[in-house]
Design a protein around this ligand. Structure first.
Ligand SMILES: NC(=O)c1ccc[n+]([C@@H]2O[C@H](COP(=O)([O-])OP(=O)(O)OC[C@H]3O[C@@H](n4cnc5c(N)ncnc54)[C@H](OP(=O)(O)O)[C@@H]3O)[C@@H](O)[C@H]2O)c1
Length: 333
């Protein structure tokens, strides 16, 4: 099969190569899945450079998220059978025609979702649900300010906050991304490259401020200017590349709670929450309240994964970027 295999640390995505390797063997408790779509992530770029927190031993197949069809099931696991549509995640292996992955890291694809939509939901949607519901306890009628609102976790947060009955202000760094945020339910859009964006939030909320700030960028300090009394700020990530030092007196002044969310660490610390979160998300998907957004164009063929990752690094993308491992996936005209 064809796969993107990393044998040594690379300079960047343009150095990635697609090679032929044997189809992986599924061990006990694993499924063998024919990959239909792989979800691309910024951290793929860090991983090939040896700059990510996880450094897999060489050689490894790149790619953390996928959707596809089960071709070999685990006899003692009744959840999955050959032919089932599944999505899942693993540290490595998704940029390939087949992946062997623990069945515990897979879920059936909800009937309303396509392979392309399902390829990028394993990390984004539960992160945003846990951030907004478990950590910030979003209430109906709250004003929720979502930073990087057109990104992977951002769009999920916009949709989930709307489904919970909140008013949503979507913040992006590019006016061109407003349209996708409005399409996903945002009530207002602002550009955090404007120097007065915090004042804009105060104006939109009649001076009250945002009850909840969802922050995958690293904008806590500035968000304190426009957070409401008793507001909750959720630290999700540091897309801007800097970990902030915040003046804690400003947290005290408005009774603010600054909280974090680390979805991947729930496996270790609160595994019982994982199914609870997914059940809530599947219900929202069945009700049509969440609709994963796939960046267009889809990248057909593993050779195009470098273009997909380059687009992410240039901040050109919205939603989830999807790579199809086989060029034959290109629809016939
Ligand atoms: N805590 C968790 O459990 C968890 C889970 C998943 C992801 N994360 C983190 O959340 C962050 C976003 O993840 P994602 O999957 O949504 O990523 P993404 O789809 O690549 O979106 C990231 C967005 O951040 C914005 N951004 C703002 N400043 C930026 C800068 N200086 N450089 C690059 N982008 C910048 C860009 O949107 P604009 O162009 O609109 O500014 C970009 O599109 C990442 O830091 C990720 O590690 C955390």
């Amino acid at each position: 099969m064809r796969a993107i295999v990393v044998n040594s640390w690379l300079q960047g995505p343009s150095d990635m190569s697609v090679v032929d390797i044997p189809v992986p063997t599924a061990k006990a408790g694993e499924l063998l899945v024919k990959v239909d779509s792989a979800g691309a992530n910024f951290f793929d770029i860090l991983m090939i450079q040896g700059k990510y927190q996880i450094k897999p031993p060489f050689p490894f197949t790149l790619g953390a998220e996928f959707s596809g069809t089960v071709v070999q099931a685990t006899p003692d696991d009744e959840r999955f059978a050959i032919g089932d549509r599944v999505f899942g995640s693993n540290v490595t292996g998704a940029y390939a025609e087949y992946i062997a992955v623990p069945a515990l890291q897979c879920f059936p694809i909800p009937s309303a979702l396509t392979f392309e939509q399902a390829a990028g939901i394993y990390i984004t949607y539960p992160t945003s649900y846990a951030g907004l519901v478990l950590r910030a306890k979003v209430q109906r009628g709250d004003w929720v300010l979502v930073h990087a609102a057109a990104g992977g976790v951002g769009i999920a947060a916009v949709q989930i906050a709307k489904a919970l009955g909140a008013h949503v202000i979507a913040a992006t760094g590019d006016k061109g991304k407003f349209e996708v945020c409005f399409q996903q339910g945002a009530d207002h859009c602002i550009n955090y490259r404007d120097s007065d964006w915090a004042e804009q939030v105060l104006r939109l909320t009649d001076g009250v401020g945002a009850n909840v700030v969802y922050d995958p960028v690293g904008l806590v300090e500035k968000s304190l200017k426009c957070v409401a009394w008793n507001g909750r700020i959720v630290v999700v990530g540091f897309a801007a590349g800097t970990i902030e030092k915040v003046a804690t007196n400003r947290i005290l002044l408005k009774n603010v709670a600054v909280t974090g969310v680390h979805w991947g660490a729930y496996v270790r610390n609160e595994p019982e929450r994982i199914l609870e979160v997914w059940e809530a998300l599947f219900k929202l998907a069945d009700e049509g309240l969440i609709r994963p957004v796939v960046f267009q164009p889809i990248f057909y063929g593993l050779d195009k994964a470098k273009d997909a990752l380059a687009a992410i690094s240039r901040r050109e993308t919205y939603g989830k970027v999807v790579v199809k491992p086989t060029e034959s996936s290109v629809p016939k005209l």
